[in-house]
Design a protein around this ligand. Structure first.
Ligand SMILES: [Zn+2]
Length: 195
């Protein structure tokens, strides 16, 4: 749906900019001091007053993971119809709509009757894309500020730099890209495109 304006390739490129190999024990180089910390995937430790972890080979703050965990907790009953949430699609629907799958079906049917479905769908897709971009941005900023030693090129080759990455240049380019992405989402939301 957002295929044309919100190019997956661009996002993948951004995502791959700084990425280690998951599952490997990471030997992290902190700053330029040459101080080495041995941590592996899934470890959680304290450093500089923050909790850190390694996920998919990337060192990142653990608070983000805590938040994700908290949001994933599914209540026993649907807040809307008070029915027991035990169906296959309930967890996913609850995460998005804060109600059970049946209630979502109901709501969408009503929107269709009122001719409001297309607008609703656009809003949902845009919201989803925005949330994804926000996560991606935070992830990249964290990665830029915590990883000095490796970089995955557009071709997927891992490059290791002795001097560290040019954070300023990188952040600037990233911000330009994100402005572009957000504009594309906004255009889509307002139905300015023919897709
Ligand atoms: Zn319900």
């Amino acid at each position: 749906m957002l295929k044309k304006e919100f190019k997956r390739k661009d996002v993948e490129r951004m995502r791959n900019l700084i990425k280690g190999k998951s599952g490997e024990s990471s030997e992290l180089q902190v700053g330029y001091t040459g101080k080495k910390e041995d941590h592996k995937e899934g470890d959680i430790w304290e450093e500089g007053g923050k909790r850190w972890t390694i996920k998919d080979g990337i060192k990142q703050t653990a608070t983000k993971l805590d938040k994700v965990k908290k949001e994933a907790i599914l209540p026993l009953f649907c807040p809307n119809c008070k029915g027991l949430m035990k169906k296959q699609h309930d967890p996913k629907m609850y995460k998005i709509h804060k109600m059970c799958f049946d209630c979502v079906i109901d709501m969408e049917a009503k929107l269709k009757l009122k001719g409001k479905f297309e607008e609703y769908e656009r809003n949902m897709i845009s919201k989803n894309a925005e949330a994804y971009l926000n996560d991606l941005e935070q992830y990249l900023l964290e990665a830029i500020n915590t990883s000095n030693t490796q970089y995955v090129s557009e071709q997927g080759e891992v490059e290791r730099w002795k001097g560290g990455i040019d954070k300023e240049k990188f952040t600037k380019k990233m911000k330009e890209d994100f402005i572009k992405f957000r504009k594309q989402i906004d255009d889509y939301k307002q139905n300015k495109t023919d897709d």
